[in-house]
Design a protein around this ligand. Structure first.
Ligand code: CP
Length: 304
């Protein structure tokens, strides 16, 4: 499906050309962010609602700053102080807020696929800020942009995604984006958090960390999502760290110029050790910086 610029719910909404266009515009947006006065009038008069039903630091605040830098007005929704507490449904909440003059919603919700349902009832534009375990397309775009900046290509890179794949919307969006752009993808984690069905996405699966990161250009580490786990997927967090935690000494199996990425928030000492997260291999804070530029680029295409 061609991106109609009304919705960005999935990486599948975007063609390869769309993705590179978003990256190209994000480059220009980075220039704006570096200026002493980080504001352009491009989207003055537009209104965006940041509707986060789940906690967020990076996605929510980077969208908020992206809006400010483009002169977009924002309204924010707080679950705790809203009429949800009085029993109002998610759809009714959206329909009411839409009538207040909102051009675009950025929505994070715990239910996978819910945005595909509500899009039928809402006329405003919608960007997926992360839906359950389904997708987080703007995260994948900022990750792809960060890799391109550092490796000058994505095609034919070996990207190893390590960790809690089962519960990860970031993994699902990143697999789609990296594959679209021609990377070779290996997934690694304990079998309980990495079902064989992921092979249907055209990736290699490995349960051995050393083999998985052998000759890797990129190691993408995922957070262990303990809040989404209703049963015990591994004996102890310590054992998980021993077998699948990214430590300095394991990096010798990867390429010399390997880069380490993580979408945040990190569990230091669980999926990644601090001496890796804070090392020169790490692009974790570059990802956050690029998140603002990528979200400015997306808002530009959807609202101009
Ligand atoms: N990467 C990411 O989505 O972080 P937040 O949950 O803080 O938005």
């Amino acid at each position: 499906m061609k991106w109609d610029r009304k919705y960005l719910l999935s990486i599948d909404d975007l063609s390869v050309e769309d993705i590179y266009e978003i990256f190209q515009t994000a480059k220009s947006m980075k220039e704006i962010i570096k200026r002493p006065i980080k504001k352009v009038p491009t989207l003055r008069g537009k209104n965006v609602c940041l509707l986060f039903y789940e906690p967020s630091t990076r996605t929510r605040m980077s969208f908020e700053n992206a809006c400010k830098f483009l002169s977009i007005d924002t309204i924010s929704f707080s679950r705790e102080t809203s009429s949800l507490k009085k029993g109002e449904t998610f759809l009714d909440t959206l329909l009411n807020i839409e009538k207040m003059g909102v051009d675009l919603f950025v929505i994070r919700h715990s239910s996978s696929g819910i945005l595909h349902y509500i899009r039928k009832f809402i006329n405003s534009k919608i960007v997926n800020g992360g839906d359950g375990t389904n997708e987080h397309p703007t995260q994948a775009l900022l990750d792809g942009f960060t890799i391109l900046e550092n490796k000058n290509r994505i095609e034919s890179l070996k990207i190893t995604i390590v960790g809690d794949i089962l519960h990860s919307r970031v993994a699902r969006s990143n697999i789609r984006l990296f594959k679209k752009l021609g990377a070779y993808i290996v997934l690694c984690g304990p079998p309980t958090l990495l079902p064989k069905e992921f092979e249907n996405m055209g990736v290699e699966i490995s349960y051995n960390l050393k083999e998985a990161i052998d000759n890797a250009d990129v190691i993408y580490v995922l957070r262990l999502q303990l809040e989404r786990q209703s049963s015990n997927f591994f004996p102890t967090v310590r054992e998980y760290n021993e077998l699948f935690g990214i430590k300095k000494d394991i990096l010798k199996y990867a390429k010399k110029d390997v880069i380490i990425m993580h979408p945040g928030p990190m569990n230091r000492g669980v999926e990644i050790d601090s001496d890796v997260a804070d090392s020169n291999y790490s692009l974790i804070l570059n990802q956050v910086e690029n998140g603002v530029a990528i979200r400015m680029s997306i808002l530009y295409y959807m609202l101009v």
